[in-house]
Write a protein that binds this ligand. Sequence first.
Ligand code: R5P
Length: 293
Amino acid sequence: MLSNISVISGKSSEELARKLSKKIKANLVKSSIRVFPDGESKITLSGKISKKKSIVVQSIYPPVDTNLLQALSLISKARETSSQVVAVIPYLGYARQDREFLPGEIVTMKVLGKLFKGAGASKIIVVDIHSLIGFKHFSIKTKNVTAIPELVKYFKKLSLKNPLVISPDQGGKERAKEFAKEFNSNYIALDKKRDKKTGKVEIKTKSIDEVKNRDLILVDDMISTGGSIIKAAQFLKKQKCKRIYVACTHALLMNDAEKKIKKAGVTSIISTNTIPGKTSKVDISKTIAKAIM
Ligand code: R5P
């Protein structure tokens, strides 16, 4: 056992932290939360924190600000004892706010960069960050690991008919390419347009013959409202494809998104346990463990 390392489990990533601590043979420190009537939460840790190194595991999915504050609090507490604190934030909420898209917008990733450093983290590890531009705002060490090989392993077990990998937008082209390479297939990236003010999504691609009669895997880093996947699925169904599967790292699935995505013709959504839920069938603890060791 690497008992000179503690894995501190945040409430949003309990199962992942447990799996990770087993994989790296570290001591698991659990946290319990008491929420006061005014909404404040008080965290209590149980277990001994290593003097050498702590790994705080806490994803920042909704309630985003609560989970963010809890991550920072755990880091700060760990730093009182450990000389080195690594923040493992499997899903890093706010990662999409990495630049000023419209004048006057606050680049929240800049704020996060300061907060993680200020709390005492010396390194941050995340899974499939929306864009590496986000890390430009961090002065601590950063590492982005990819869930694609683990997602591909899952899809290799399915019997798909002449499968083709699709990215719903040009921004995800490299991701689709990487997935297709591991999966040993081809890929296509659609043209998507999102209105920066309303968030409304449109598929601009006219028509594609290659998808006809084929099973498709729509690959994305995350699903929030499902808008991107729904528009892409509706378009692909019109092109007479066969089944559509969705592979994504982070499934937030806000506002009944899963139901809406299925209604748009998607057979199944497969995501990782960076966000625990019904679709999180792919375990990412081994990938994170490799990044730590
Ligand atoms: C966009 O560039 C991202 O890669 C995702 O496609 C997007 O953030 C998903 O959000 P939603 O599910 O709300 O369309």
